[in-house]
Design a protein around this ligand. Structure first.
Ligand code: NAD
Length: 370
């Protein structure tokens, strides 16, 4: 059996609490011989600043590069509000994304039937929702140069951000989206603003070319990003995979996230290119939520986003999709039984702690696996 090397970076706030539930699951998988994971712990964010005065050390970045996948909790908190800008907790995360060249951000939005009433939309619109937003993560307007604020000398200032995409950046993110669609419901919706942006025109052209030459079997549709946003809240189940740039992806994935109810339920994956020699792909998996300082240390955090982030690692880094399906089914079943953490509680549900939720999910996984 192949040994998979994981770097675990629990981070700050509720990060270590939710990561403990992943560790519990890994220990069981190893003990049962279902998989073989070798894990190492590291520091990122505020805890790394406390130990080493940086948000992540070179050594930890090297460990991340050597690992088969990085599993991260969350970073940040008021304790580090005043640290130097370059050492702020988020800088650790940004450095990992940059140094591992994680250009593809995958954000699934899944609405478990038991939680459909927690959504801001009506049950029939979101129940059973299962869409995947693929956001380009290392290019576009967040990184383009020039990026300046200039004093015009007449009491006015001018701010410039630059939206820039090269063909190769659009090709590689499009391939990620089409590949994913093949394993799902075989449909990709590409969103841009070709009506007003040159980068939108190129985006549309390149996605269409990649489709024509490599993925003819996948259904492709194009939507303008603004009308796509409207469709996301109007009829979200029409989508399977949505592929879009860094800026639109930032906004559209947050909209999609809210369709599902709680921040405590949402996983994500960030992927790099596959090394043609080793077949290895840099990958980082983390919940969408932050370090939740308001509930940290109290055993109140929902571990589902962290556990499903690990599930994404099983699916996308280790080809263990069936095991990931089992985790998803176990979570659905625990929710059906009315076992809930405080953030997703509803009338008549049994409110449990982080570790009780993790334990209940593991027991259900064990039952499904038996
Ligand atoms: N990727 C990351 O590590 C990341 C992402 C977002 C924010 N942050 C940082 O986290 C800190 C707090 O930020 P914020 O409050 O804006 O966002 P947050 O996601 O930490 O919390 C927002 C709200 O959601 C709740 N919440 C979040 N995750 C939960 C969970 N698993 N279970 C139950 N409730 C949960 C919190 O209690 C809070 O009320 C800040 O320092 C911010 O910079 C980090």
């Amino acid at each position: 059996m192949t040994t998979h090397k994981l770097l675990l970076l629990p981070g700050d706030g509720i990060g270590p609490e939710v990561m403990a539930e992943v560790k519990r699951l890994i220990a069981w998988l190893n003990a049962e011989g279902i998989a073989k994971f070798e894990t190492e712990d590291g520091l990122v964010g505020g805890c790394s600043y406390d130990a080493d005065k940086v948000a992540i050390t070179d050594k930890t970045v090297a460990l991340a590069k050597a690992a088969d996948a990085v599993i991260l909790g969350a970073v940040g908190g008021p304790k580090w509000d005043k640290v130097p800008y370059d050492a702020r907790p988020e800088a650790g995360l940004l450095r990992l994304r940059k140094d591992l060249e994680l250009f593809a951000n995958l954000r699934p939005a899944i609405c478990y039937p038991a939680l459909a009433d927690s959504s801001s939309l009506r049950r029939e619109i979101v129940e059973g929702l299962d869409i995947m937003i693929v956001r380009e993560l290392t290019g576009g307007v967040y990184f383009g140069e020039p990026k300046t604020i200039t004093d015009l000398g007449n009491g006015q200032k001018r701010a410039i951000d630059t939206q820039v995409y090269d063909t190769y950046e659009i090709e590689r993110i499009a391939r990620v989206a089409f590949d994913l669609a093949r394993k799902r419901r075989n449909k990709v919706t590409s969103m841009e603003k070709r009506n007003v942006m040159k980068s939108g025109l190129l985006w549309n052209e390149v996605v269409t070319q990649v489709h024509n030459s490599e993925f003819k079997d996948v259904e492709l549709e194009h939507q303008l990003a603004d009308s796509g946003g409207m469709q996301l809240v109007r009829r979200p189940k029409q989508f399977d995979v949505i592929v879009t740039d860094n800026l639109f992806g930032d906004i559209l994935s947050d909209i999609a996230a809210m369709l599902t109810g709680s921040l405590g339920m949402l996983p994500s994956a960030s992927l790099g290119a596959t090394d043609p020699k080793t077949g290895k792909r840099a990958a980082l998996y983390e919940p969408v939520h932050g370090s939740a300082p308001d509930i940290a240390g109290k055993g109140l955090a929902n571990p589902v986003a962290m556990l499903t982030s690990f599930g994404m690692a099983l699916r996308y880094s280790f080809d263990m999709g069936k095991l990931a399906d089992t985790i998803d089914a176990a979570i659905a079943s625990v929710l059906d039984k009315g076992i809930r953490t405080g953030d997703i509680k509803s009338e008549g549900s049994k409110v449990v702690s982080t570790s009780e939720m993790g334990e209940a999910i593991l027991q259900e996984i064990q039952a499904l696996h038996a």
